[in-house]
Design a protein around this ligand. Structure first.
Ligand code: OGA
Ligand code: NI
Length: 351
């Protein structure tokens, strides 16, 4: 990634500002009142947290959580393993490379909106195997399995990833419970959708970039799934588009915090009450950056549509029903190669 290939260059209107705005960041929410260590239901004393989550989802689509119950050593273990993996030669990393048949593993040619991202990634799913449609074609009913490709080195990577994944799933259910309560729904309203989850975790590595004013680590995008839980290191670079004025706001690293954002599916379920917000990643010329997002995604057969409880005659459903499995297979296809069409977006289902 030494020289800047034109494939990485953003159109002028999407290039980052080097002097970024730090003012008035996304909300920071303390989850200690809800004791995420236990599997108990959220109790009445946690109404304050529910309100904070609801306000953050409405006003920002993004927030950070602290005292979330994920043991720090599990996070450090996966972060260390990730550093070791990416420090290897390209030849070694390519042994677990993504290809036409295997969609998981390592790759360094992801495109967001048809511009190449300045990053390399390693993807793995939570369910082994994960069941998914065989193709993005709407009439093709066949399903296939996504299987993880684990590298030989570092040897602890697989276990570190699997243990961390269990922690993410626990936190994700807790967060979905809070989101449901904040919408006036029963706490377990969303749980059933995630039974055969298609969730995955991505290890991101953003190498130093000689042209940080021209390229992005990840171009502007919205996360397509349910909810994202992101661990970022102390370098910083994530920017969120502020809803009030469209300004790009830097998310400052907070030690041991997780950054949570609403994905497109929550936007549709809530009939636009909560919006999935654009975000992007800036790179810099000096320091490499690592991050680990967990994408909490429902079963492939989930038909996503606004919840009946949240629609009525005054507020009719704003989206037609769509298949999550077809949506994600469509996305995977366009992220892997440069296509001449825009990739699938929820507004394509807008009524
Ligand atoms: C993503 C993403 C942010 C980051 O992978 O979808 O938004 O900070 N990542 O790496
Ligand atoms: Ni994202």
């Amino acid at each position: 990634m030494g020289e800047v290939d034109p494939a990485f260059i953003q159109d002028p209107e999407h290039r980052p500002k080097i002097a970024f705005t730090e003012a008035q960041g996304i909300p920071l929410i303390d989850l200690s009142p809800i004791s995420p260590q236990s599997s108990d239901k959220v109790s009445a004393v946690d109404e304050g947290v529910v309100r904070e989550i609801g306000d953050a989802c409405k006003e920002w689509g993004f927030f950070q959580v602290i005292n979330h119950g994920v043991p720090l050593e599990k996070r450090q273990r996966i972060e260390d393993a990730s550093r070791k993996f990416f420090a290897q030669s390209l030849e070694e990393k390519r042994k677990v490379r993504r290809n036409d048949k295997e969609v998981l593993g390592y790759y360094d040619t992801e495109h967001t909106k048809n511009v190449r991202d300045w990053k390399e990634v390693f993807d793995f799913t939570i369910e082994e195997p994960t069941i998914i449609p065989a193709s993005h074609e709407p009439d093709d009913k066949e399903v296939t399995e996504w299987t993880n490709q684990w590298p030989d080195y570092p040897t602890e990577l697989r276990e570190a990833c699997q243990e961390y994944a269990q922690e993410m799933v626990k936190l994700a259910y807790k967060l979905m419970e809070l989101v449901a309560l904040s919408l006036g729904l029963p706490g377990d309203k969303f749980h059933g959708f995630f039974k055969d989850q298609t969730s995955f975790i991505r290890l991101n590595h953003y190498p130093p970039c000689p042209a940080p004013h021209l390229a992005l680590g990840v171009g502007r995008h919205k996360d397509g799934g349910g909810l994202t839980i992101l661990a970022q290191d102390d370098v910083g670079g994530l920017e969120v588009k502020r809803k009030t004025d469209g300004e790009w706001i830097r998310v400052n690293p907070t030690p041991d915090a997780y950054i949570i954002n609403v994905g497109d599916i929550i936007q549709v379920w809530s009939n636009d009450k909560y919006e999935s917000v654009d975000h992007r990643v800036m790179v810099n010329s000096k320091r490499e950056r690592f991050s680990i997002p967990f994408f909490f995604n429902p079963a492939h057969y989930t038909l996503v549509k606004p919840l009946e409880e949240l629609t009525n005659e005054q507020n009719p459903a704003k989206y037609r029903e769509y298949s999550w499995g077809k949506f994600i297979t469509n996305r995977k296809r366009s992220n892997f190669q440069k296509l001449n069409v825009e990739n699938i977006q929820i507004y394509h289902f807008r009524i």
